[in-house]
Ligand binder design. Structure first.
Ligand code: MG
Ligand code: ZN
Length: 165
């Protein structure tokens, strides 16, 4: 059985604009970064699975419910699909740092779950994030890492990955 390769994507600061210290609590606050939709569309035309991995402590901090997050992710996925892209799966951690869970990045929990669920070939897969802690998470899991920051960042990272095949 051939395993699947994946590009794991962080959400905040990679797909949508990050406003430090502010959480996205409704769809109106979600703003795609420049080139992000194009990047996901380019990925969708490759053989990589596309999996979003996101820390959403806004849930357990009480700023947003699981349902509200789901609605935001439905809108995000719809917009990506309308642009010709695809998201295969989204994993989120609802916990705040003090809860010391095993899923909040840079802990590997969400990645391990996704790797199992989607039969992922770890060494052939990538994580694209915008923080040092994302790079740390990738290293712990054994994924290759690309840093993407701000407008155009995801597009550049995806182009580099697709050109390195
Ligand atoms: Mg981020
Ligand atoms: Zn967690």
């Amino acid at each position: 059985m051939s395993k699947n390769r994946a590009v794991f994507l962080d959400r905040d600061g990679v797909i949508n604009r990050l406003h430090m210290g502010k959480y996205v609590t409704k769809w109106e606050e979600f703003e795609f970064l420049e080139g992000a939709l194009d990047a996901v569309t380019a990925l969708a035309a490759s053989d990589f699975k596309i999996i979003v991995i996101t820390n959403q402590s806004a849930i357990n901090r009480g700023f947003i419910t699981e349902y509200e997050l789901e609605v935001i992710h439905e809108h995000m996925t719809d917009s990506i699909e309308k642009a010709g892209g695809r998201i295969d799966s989204i994993y989120h951690c609802p916990h705040a740092p003090h809860e010391e869970c095993t899923c909040r990045k840079p802990e590997p929990g969400m990645f391990e779950k996704a790797i199992g669920n989607h039969d992922i070939d770890v060494t052939g897969s990538w994580f694209i994030g915008d923080f040092q802690s994302d790079e740390e998470a990738a290293a712990r899991v054994g994924l290759k890492f690309k840093l993407a920051e701000g407008d155009g960042g995801l597009r550049r990272a995806v182009d580099e990955i697709l050109n390195s095949k």
